[in-house]
Design a protein. Structure first.
Length: 203
């Protein structure tokens, strides 16, 4: 006895409905954006504007010390000051003469006194005037400054001096320059001499 084959009845409507449903989904435009939360999304950030780097602050330049001079005195102020100075100087001279009756009045200060003051200062700075037995103290740089000041005085007063004043200034300037050159020559020679050997002891 042969077995009777079994047949399974398949409901084609179900597959048909599934195919139609899939067809409807495929018919939808692909560009339809997915609903929020339906899946991963591509987020494109907008380009940020380029930010220029701020220039580094330049170091503040150290301000140069400005030399503020007081305003020049007026003619009236200068005249009043000169009168007050003369009164103070005369009071001092009267006091000195009262203590030294034999001393006569002091001569007025002139251009030759200024030149003489520079001359004495330069010579003392170069070692003149030292007491006997004492080593002279030499300020060679100070002497050079004093001599240069005499040169400035000669330059600025050129054409405005009497013949006697100009002769005095030129003579003094010549003398101090000669003394300076002789002193610097001695210093140079002494500096070039070899050191002396130490004395040998008794054997």
């Amino acid at each position: 006895m042969s077995e009777t084959p079994k047949f399974t009845v398949i409901d084609r409507r179900k597959f048909r409905a599934d195919e139609e449903h899939e067809g409807q989904q495929s018919a939808q435009p692909a560009a339809t954006p997915p609903e929020p939360g339906a899946g991963p999304r591509l987020v494109v950030s907008e380009p940020k504007p380029a930010v220029k780097p701020e220039p580094a602050p330049e170091p503040a330049a150290s301000p140069e010390p400005a030399i503020e001079l007081p305003p020049a005195p007026t003619v009236e102020e200068s005249r009043e000051q000169k009168m007050a100075y003369d009164v103070a100087a005369q009071r001092l001279e009267d006091l000195i003469r009262a203590q030294n009756p034999a001393m006569g009045p002091q001569p007025p200060v002139g251009f030759e006194h200024l030149v003489q003051q520079f001359y004495v200062s330069a010579m003392i700075q170069m070692g003149a005037g030292a007491q006997e037995g004492q080593r002279p103290r030499v300020d060679i740089l100070g002497a050079r400054t004093t001599i240069d000041l005499l040169g400035v005085l000669a330059e600025k007063t050129r054409g405005n001096l009497t013949e006697a004043e100009d002769r005095t200034l030129q003579t003094v300037l010549f003398e101090v320059r000669m003394a300076f050159m002789e002193l610097t020559s001695m210093i140079t020679v002494q500096g070039m001499q070899p050191p002396q050997p130490p004395p040998q002891g008794l054997r």
